[in-house]
Write a protein that binds this ligand. Structure first.
Ligand code: SF4
Length: 299
């Protein structure tokens, strides 16, 4: 067995815990988002066919029938050409008789480089779910955090994935614009969500990760994080400005380790209840006499 292909940290969404993690790239080609330390120090690399196929062979040797879902790692797997991704998906179908679907993180520039036809071909071949960390719909915030795309491009990414018939799990970060940019971030992100109409929406709270540029900005006094109540006020403003058609069934979750309050809803049908729960949590979190952003320092 070869473990060399898993020699640097492998990240995956919690919902892919039972999936076969197939590494197509190592690291992230962008690797410049100020809040992220996931692949710092990991030189970006596209794996060779040999490296990819020996992972497939390893899973095949372990249990061919157990592989139903496959997650393409790392942060930038869709940088591979559509033709190469289609060949890989074809192999997965041949090797694993119970293969149901593949999924991947979607780096925004990778999606913008693919045509609508590319995305449809990939969906038909089994790549049916993409996880997109949009973080914000606000161009100034996206510029400040070095996301590499602006608000309009972010919306375009989401719309292209949905238009191709794929499921889209959209992630946003509460507090990413700090105190000064909170309202701007909330309103622009609400607009982006309304226009994209994602299948799933996740709201996590900003964590200041060790080794990240944003943490250094915080320590220099240049970034002013929101309090726990402030994060929920930002979420409330966002939800007050999200407008989804009544026929939509967007699964909303705010249940990451970073979240002070666990929330779950289907939007828009549960919107009134969700807003009431957010208002309650603002009242409760406002009673905190102190809070420590360094609680998040251990990651
Ligand atoms: S957040 Fe995603 S795109 Fe940005 S550096 Fe980290 S892995 Fe790369």
């Amino acid at each position: 067995m070869y473990f060399d292909d898993y020699d640097s940290p492998v990240f995956r969404p919690p919902s892919e815990a039972r999936s076969f993690i197939l590494r197509l790239t190592r690291g992230c080609a962008h690797n410049q988002c100020t809040y992220c330390n996931m692949y710092r120090g990991v030189p970006f690399q596209v794996l060779t066919d040999e490296q990819i196929m020996r992972q497939v062979a390893m899973a095949q040797a372990y249990n061919t029938k157990a592989v139903r879902r496959v997650f393409f790692a790392d942060g930038d797997a869709l940088v591979l050409s559509t033709e190469r991704l289609l060949r890989i998906l074809s192999v997965l179908r041949q090797v694993f008789p119970n293969f149901e679907r593949a999924s991947s993180y979607a780096a925004p520039k990778d999606i913008l480089h693919k045509t609508p036809e590319d995305l449809e071909k990939l969906r038909d071949a089994g790549l049916t779910l993409l996880y997109y960390g949009m973080e914000s719909g606000d161009s100034q915030t996206l510029k400040d955090i070095n996301k590499g795309v602006n608000g309009e491009e972010s919306i375009e990414v989401g719309r292209r994935v949905i238009a191709a018939g794929m499921k889209l799990s959209l992630m946003i970060i509460l507090g990413i614009a700090g105190q000064e940019g909170s309202e701007r971030h909330a309103l622009a992100t609400a607009k982006a969500i309304s226009e994209i109409r994602p299948t799933m929406l996740g709201a996590i709270c900003l964590m200041l990760y060790r080794g990240s540029e944003l943490k250094a900005q915080f320590e220099r006094g240049e970034f002013h994080p929101l309090s726990p109540a402030g994060l929920m006020e930002e979420l409330l403003m966002m939800m007050e400005n999200v407008h989804l058609p009544e026929t939509e069934h967007c699964i909303f979750r705010s249940n990451h380790i970073s979240n002070y309050v666990q929330l779950a809803a289907t939007l828009p049908e549960d919107m009134d209840r969700l807003k009431e729960e957010i208002r309650y949590s603002i009242r409760e979190l406002s009673k905190l006499s102190s809070w420590d952003v360094y609680n998040h320092d251990k990651y």
